[in-house]
Write a protein that binds this ligand. Structure first.
Ligand SMILES: *[C@@H]1O[C@H](CO)[C@@H](O)[C@H](O)[C@H]1NC(C)=O
Ligand SMILES: *[C@@H]1O[C@H](CO)[C@@H](O)[C@H](O)[C@H]1NC(C)=O
Ligand SMILES: *[C@@H]1O[C@H](CO)[C@@H](O)[C@H](O)[C@H]1NC(C)=O
Ligand SMILES: *[C@@H]1O[C@H](CO)[C@@H](O)[C@H](O)[C@H]1NC(C)=O
Ligand SMILES: *[C@@H]1O[C@H](CO)[C@@H](O)[C@H](O)[C@H]1NC(C)=O
Ligand SMILES: *[C@@H]1O[C@H](CO)[C@@H](O)[C@H](O)[C@H]1NC(C)=O
Ligand SMILES: *[C@@H]1O[C@H](CO)[C@@H](O)[C@H](O)[C@H]1NC(C)=O
Length: 390
């Protein structure tokens, strides 16, 4: 019985009956609350399209218009029984934060037991993996939330124009904290999801096979492999960057803000925004932050091969990774969804305990962050103290 009509809704409607026109009461009582087991978060149309018209389930059986979604993608799409739903945020941090934030407060959904699967394509670091690969993150890092100088305005002793906010050197931990810098999600769930995905047969293209062969440097041995499933982390930036120097600068920043434990691997424009929306809702017990999976598939390298041009890599090279990356969202993602549904009664209904710290840099959800300056869990107060000291 996936449709749950809460007693509260019925009572509220009855109480309001004298005051509200009959048609409105009828509309409200017809609106059943949907309690999904899995909610797929797509960021733009090609990532959404892979989920429609598939043999496993029909996401277009029930459309739910959610106030606050983008005008381009106004509906959440669900199976008829409401077990699986999907939305499309529209690209970038603002769109994705607002769409997911709006879902959190929709009266049409009970999201308390829902697993959220962010499923999108991404740039990929050739030091770690290759195009067509499927990755599952433990950390999401907002890499461009920094000061920036054009490197031509800096003296020669700076290796990058990006400097952590409140700091004066690229190697100094950010001194001014916004709260969205880093999110850590459940490692046991990350590993379960990656293992489900490992049973998928991944797609590839001949163009991708040829493009990988350019990455001859030993540093990029991972780039020459065939697509596979990786556990590695995602960088978020509205700025769609490309090139070795920015890749290395953001790799360094990832290490800095995760205290050496994050693995700079994929690059995208939404994950920290989605995670902040989920974290705030988790703080109000609307969702369970231990039920979040961040999957990204590599559509293009974030930098050229050694000696290659950064602009060619981004603008002109036919890398051949886009089609397999989109296809592999479905091929790997369907295994994750089936794994959750098949194991629902035994494992997933009750939830998988996170053995690692989960949450933001402040420790907002409780626990002691294993990165950043608030490892005693006293986040916001300490943050205020840092402002006071400056
Ligand atoms: C849901 O919306 C899609 C278009 O986004 C449409 O093709 C489909 O028919 C709609 N489903 C229902 C049940 O109205
Ligand atoms: C570069 O040199 C300037 C001038 O000596 C100094 O103020 C600055 O801290 C140095 N920056 C770095 C990143 O080393
Ligand atoms: C990848 O998908 C394309 C498009 O569906 C298909 O033509 C191709 O054969 C697939 N390749 C592999 C290796 O799965
Ligand atoms: C990244 O860090 C390494 C080691 O500190 C440093 O040598 C390199 O210049 C940094 N790269 C960039 C682009 O800042
Ligand atoms: C899971 O539990 C529900 C409710 O108790 C039951 O209807 C369903 O058959 C169970 N599913 C499996 C696969 O055991
Ligand atoms: C998960 O954690 C809860 C609370 O700490 C505990 O009661 C429960 O037994 C744990 N479940 C498993 C499967 O370890
Ligand atoms: C992380 O590194 C920063 C800067 O070096 C340090 O202040 C902080 O205590 C470290 N946090 C943890 C949890 O190790």
């Amino acid at each position: 019985m996936p449709f749950l009509l809460p007693a509260a809704l019925g009572l509220a409607s009855m109480a309001a009956a004298a005051l509200v026109p009959a048609s409105s009461v009828q509309e409200r009582t017809l609106e059943c609350v949907i309690k999904p087991k899995v909610f797929i978060i797509s960021l733009f149309a090609p990532e959404a399209a892979v989920w429609y018209g598939i043999p496993e389930f029909d996401l277009l059986a029930m459309n739910v218009t959610v106030p606050g979604f983008s005008a381009q993608f106004p509906d959440a799409h669900c199976t008829a029984d409401g077990e699986i739903c999907q939305l499309t945020t529209s690209m970038g941090e603002i769109n994705s934060a607002l769409t997911v934030g709006s879902l959190m407060h929709s009266s049409r959904f009970d999201l308390s037991q829902t697993y959220f699967l962010t499923a999108g394509i991404a740039g990929i670091n050739p030091e770690v993996a290759t195009i067509g690969s499927v990755t599952f993150a433990r950390y999401a890092i907002q890499v461009a939330l920094q000061h920036e100088f054009d490197i031509r305005d800096l003296p020669g002793n700076y290796s990058t124009g990006y400097i952590p906010i409140g700091s004066t050197s690229p190697t100094e931990y950010p001194q001014s904290i916004y709260g969205t810098e880093v999110f850590e999600i459940s490692q046991p769930l990350q590993k379960l999801a990656a293992n489900f995905a490992r049973s998928a047969s991944l797609n590839d293209s001949s163009q991708a096979v040829s493009y990988r062969a350019n990455y001859v440097s030993e540093l990029y041995a991972a780039a020459r492999q065939t697509p596979a499933v990786f556990e590695c982390d995602v960088a978020t930036s509205d700025v769609y960057y490309s090139g070795r120097l920015l890749g290395e600068a953001f790799d360094n920043y990832t290490s800095l803000v995760t205290n050496g434990t994050g693995v700079y691997c994929t690059t995208a424009q939404e994950d920290n925004a989605v995670l902040e929306a989920l974290l705030r809702a988790a703080g109000s017990k609307i969702v369970d932050f231990a039920r979040v999976i961040v999957m990204r598939t590599g559509s293009n390298f974030d930098r050229p091969s050694i000696g290659g041009s950064a602009t060619t890599n981004l603008f002109y090279a036919e890398q051949g990774g886009f089609a397999p990356a989109v296809e592999n969202i479905y091929r790997a993602g369907i295994k994750v969804i089936e794994g959750i549904l098949d194991g629902w009664n035994s494992t997933f209904a009750q939830g998988v305990n996170a053995t690692n710290y989960i949450g933001d840099i402040y420790g907002t959800l409780g626990g002691k962050p294993d990165f950043g300056p608030y490892s005693n869990g006293g986040g916001p107060q300490e943050s205020a103290d840092i402002y006071a000291r400056r």
